[in-house]
Each structure stands twice: as C-alpha cells, then as structure tokens.
Design a protein around this ligand. Structure first.
Ligand code: SF4
Ligand code: SF4
Ligand code: SF4
Length: 362
C-alpha cells in the first residue's frame, strides 16, 4: 500500500493506483474527457493535469502512479487556467451545435464548457467537416464533434475485442476512422456510443425523440437472454426512446446490440399482446397448396383463460392418443431460472416425459 497527500488530505491506496484513482477515493473531482475506469489510461485530453511537489511540470493524474509521500495539488488558479485553455483548444474546431445536438444536456464536453464559462472561442479557426454516410440503422457518427479522446477506440478493442475503429492520419487531420474510411461495419454493440463524452456518436433511433429533461429513467432487466443485463429505459410519453446501462451494475454498463438497440418491438403496433388461437381455414385450395387463401382469417384473439384451456385440452388429447413421449418441450433463455425450473417440472411431473430442452443449452 502507498500513502500520499492530495490537497492536504492523507490517503492510503494500493501500489499501482493512479493519482486519479486516489483522488476519487477522497471524493476529489478532477475533470476528464478521455478517462474511463474500465479502459486503459490514455492521457490524451490533458484535463486532469495536477501538480506534484518536486516535479517541475504538471502531470496527468490518470497516467501517474502514486508514490509514498507524494504531495499532490489538484486545483489552483494556474491549473484551472491550464484546463480552461485546453478546453478552448478542444473546442477550437468544434461545431458548437448544442441547440440541435442529440447529446445536449448529457454531454461531458458541454458540461465542462459551462463549468469553465467558455463562450468565446479565442482559437477559432479551421474546422474538420465530416460527411455522414453510414447506412447502418443504429449508430450515427458525427465526427466533426469528435475530440479524439480515444474512448471509442479503446472500448472497441479492449472490451468488445473488435477493433472496428482507430485513429487515422496525423496532427490536425487526425480522425477516428473505420478501415479505409468505409461505412461502419461491426458488431453494433453501441459500447462506443455509451462511452463517447460528446455528440460525435449517438443512436440513430434517439434522433429528435426528446431531451433528457423530458425523459423518465426506469431501471429494468434485459428481456433478450438469460445473462440478465441491467438496462435503464429512457421513457417519454410512455414510449421507450433510448436504452442505456449503468456502470455500477452486474454488466458494468456494457450491452450487446440487441439489449441496446433492439427495443423497437416494445412499442411496435404489430406486437402480440393477447393470445391467438389458430382456427382451421375454411377455404383451402387442395389442388395446389395446403396453405389457406386468406391468411388473415386463421387466427382468433382469445383470453389467456381460453388459450390455456385450449392448450391443456390439446396436450391431453395428444398424450392419450400417442403417449407422453410424443410431446416435447423447448424452453427459452428469456425466462428466469425459476420459470425454466417450473417448465421442466411441468414437462416431467404433469406431461410425464423427459423430452425437455432449452434454446441456450450448450
Ligand atoms: S457534442 Fe456536446 S458540446 Fe458539442 S454540440 Fe453536442 S452537446 Fe454541444
Ligand atoms: S458498435 Fe461496438 S463493435 Fe462497433 S465500433 Fe462501436 S464498440 Fe466497436
Ligand atoms: S468519437 Fe467520441 S469517443 Fe470516439 S474519440 Fe471521438 S469523442 Fe472520443
């Protein structure tokens, strides 16, 4: 363990902690744009500069390891001036599109610009235009708003193991790009969207659906598979307009493409909300096909009571005529453990067969 002093307060932390980790333990806020606790340190945005006694120049808190007896200062007029100037430089080629930007109100860059009172752009100059072209239905890349924090590059490589994007070119021309600047073609997990501190990466489905202030957040569990990732639904006027996940959950805020973007079915008017019973079609053209001519007439909406009675009656008939082993049951990863347990119990104890399986069996 290592003991150091930050802003006059003593703290003891593990040996390989960074100054930023140690400051967090003391509840001392140091601004960052490129840092993420689950990703490798980058030291790119230069906002977390701190002063360390006996070191001539400020150092980045996110990449500097703690040392015994270290004396750190995280805020001073000099450091705040440095941070403000760094932010001004980051904003020097920024489109400042907050009025229309999907991230406004939920943007770390905007928040810091507000905190440091940056209205005028002392370094305004050349911009880096980006022509949107991605055809995918879920991720919008507006790279003119990119501040090159590299979080998307690292999350795609270190967490997702895909490496679909990386830095390209040099100096002012540097961009985060797909190979050969082609359309994004990847897992579409959206982890990069989740970590981006600006409006450079957003969800296409969120566009013009509502600002954060009009949105209620509801925590729930993903309905797609048995992993049970935690979701936060962003709900506006009873419609889910966005899905995120919090870092302090079992899945640490990471989701797959289905969990993050596959929520359209919830408000889809075609979604089945009541049981349907298939009824024998009256009109069959037996000479050419067994399919009914009028598909719309083959389902009847019923109550759950009627549907369950119908299923029980049919199962009894089949069992009586062909035996219990003529019936098989296939359960779903969308069910809870308890529901899957009940299902196999039902198949074995009620139907009387061991023909039971599960869609996620390895
Ligand atoms: S990315 Fe942030 S700072 Fe830039 S336009 Fe969007 S909300 Fe404003
Ligand atoms: S969506 Fe996922 S796979 Fe695609 S670039 Fe982003 S992090 Fe990488
Ligand atoms: S797209 Fe977003 S996450 Fe990626 S480097 Fe740019 S600002 Fe950072």
């Amino acid at each position: 363990m290592v003991t150091l002093t930050i802003d006059g307060k003593n703290i003891t932390v593990r040996k390989l902690s960074t100054v930023l980790d140690a400051a967090k333990k003391l509840d001392i806020q140091i601004p960052t744009l490129c840092h993420h606790p689950e990703l490798s340190p980058f030291g790119g945005c230069r906002l977390c500069l701190v002063e360390v006694k006996n070191i001539a120049r400020p150092v980045t808190a996110c990449t500097t390891l703690v040392k015994d007896g270290m004396q750190v200062t995280t805020t001073s007029p000099y450091l705040e001036k440095l941070r403000k100037t760094t932010l001004e430089l980051l904003l020097s080629d920024h489109p400042n599109d907050c009025m229309l930007c999907e991230r406004a109100g939920d943007c770390t860059l905007q928040e810091l610009a507000y905190f440091y009172g940056i209205r005028e752009n002392r370094f305004a100059g050349e911009k880096r235009p980006f022509i949107k072209k991605d055809e995918n239905p879920v991720i919008e890349r507006g790279m003119e708003k990119c501040i090159l924090c590299g979080q998307c590059v690292r999350v795609c490589d270190e967490i997702e193991g895909v490496g679909a994007v990386d830095f390209a070119y040099k100096g002012f021309r540097t961009i985060v790009s797909t190979p050969y600047e082609k359309d994004l073609d990847c897992e579409f997990c959206g982890q990069c969207v989740a970590v981006c501190p600006t409006g450079a990466l957003t969800g296409k489905m969120w566009a013009h659906k509502g600002r954060q202030k009009y949105v209620n957040q509801v925590d729930t569990i993903c309905p797609y598979c048995g992993c049970g990732c935690n979701l936060t639904l962003h709900v506006r006027q009873n419609e889910i307009i966005r899905v995120t996940s919090k870092e302090d959950t079992v899945n640490e805020g990471w989701l797959c493409a289905k969990g993050r973007f596959g929520y359209g079915f919830i408000n889809n008017p075609d979604r089945l909300k009541k049981p349907l019973i298939r009824i024998a079609p009256k009109t069959l053209d037996k000479r050419t096909t067994n399919k009914p001519k009028k598909f719309s007439s083959i389902f009847r909406e019923v109550t759950w009571e009627e549907a369950l009675h119908y299923v029980a009656k049919k199962l009894k008939e089949i069992k009586k005529k062909y035996g219990a082993d003529s019936i098989g049951g296939l359960s779903s990863a969308r069910c809870t453990n308890e529901e899957n347990y009940l299902f196999q119990k039902f198949m074995r104890a009620v139907i009387g067969t061991n023909n039971v399986d599960h869609c996620a069996r390895y």
